[in-house]
Design a protein around this ligand. Structure first.
Ligand SMILES: [Zn+2]
Length: 279
């Protein structure tokens, strides 16, 4: 079975809709020039990172997969994007927080064994992870986003992955530290937008369709987990083909997994009940 398309999913942790639309000048420039489309997407509840990561990849709610907090980390039972792409014969890669390796490959995370692996038979074939051990208010412990983007680019060119996810916690950590109405956040968005803009055209030139989105938003005080447009609503930028919904349609985060699989021509698991938003 040959896959129809290759897809990269970029998750900018904790970037709310309002910040994306105001501060991501390169992404917005591509929307303005017609090279990208943008919709609003609403995260699951709780709008907690781990819960959202698991829902983004499985297409089921936290009430179903049971990842209800950042403290409930285990190998998730449901089928997910990695397992479905593998079932279709595709190669997968991840450049993310180590939670992804635990949810979709194996748990607990063994820092030496699992920090980096290339495994032919695993759901995640090419994993490059970081743990953010020691993360806190005074020290973000996040890698440089340019390093993460370069690592993903390496996986696309050296290992020819069909599906790749990249997750960066920079903006979420900045939001928890500084909130959103401040120069620190303006600059953080400006910096990550420019770093992303350096690599994104290369991914497209290499034949990938690309989604740039977030796992959840944040309140102005830098909080998330609960209900509300500020905590739940994020931008979803699409660089690829297919017919999407009209501008202004609110997407559901549970649509992400079946949408990616249908773009790729991989089987949608029967647990993924939401409709793909790209036809
Ligand atoms: Zn998060």
């Amino acid at each position: 079975m040959a896959l129809k398309n290759k897809v990269l999913l970029i998750i900018l942790d904790g970037q709310p809709w309002r910040d994306a639309r105001r501060y991501m000048g390169n992404l917005e420039g591509w929307v303005q020039s017609g090279e990208a489309r943008v919709w609003k997407m609403r995260a699951v509840l709780p709008s907690t990172s781990a819960s959202c990561y698991a829902s983004i990849h499985t297409g089921v709610t936290p009430q179903q997969h049971h990842v209800v907090s950042n403290e409930s980390i285990f190998r998730v039972k449901q089928a997910d994007i990695f397992s479905q792409v593998r079932a279709a014969g595709g190669k997968t890669g991840a450049v993310t927080h180590s939670f992804w390796s635990e949810f979709f490959n194996r748990a607990p995370f063994d820092m030496v064994r699992d920090i980096e692996y290339d495994e032919e038979d695993s759901p995640i074939n090419h994993g490059r992870f970081h743990t953010m051990t020691g993360y806190g208010h005074k020290n973000q412990m996040t890698p440089s986003d340019a390093d993460l983007f370069a690592t993903l680019t390496m996986l696309t060119e050296r290992h020819k992955i069909d599906y790749g996810i990249l997750h960066t916690c920079t903006l979420d950590s900045m939001g928890h530290r500084f909130g959103h109405d401040c120069g620190e956040m303006d600059n953080a968005c400006f910096a990550i937008d420019a770093m992303l803009a350096h690599f994104l055209p290369r991914w497209i030139k290499n034949g990938y369709e690309v989604i740039v989105t977030a796992d959840h938003g944040q309140s102005d005080r830098g909080h998330h987990g609960g209900r509300g447009e500020d905590q739940q609503d994020v931008a979803l930028y699409w660089f690829g083909g297919g017919d999407g919904p009209k501008e202004g349609v609110l997407l559901d985060q549970l649509q992400l997994a079946p949408t990616i699989l249908s773009r790729m021509g991989a089987p949608i698991a029967n647990t993924m009940k939401a409709e793909p938003f790209l036809k």
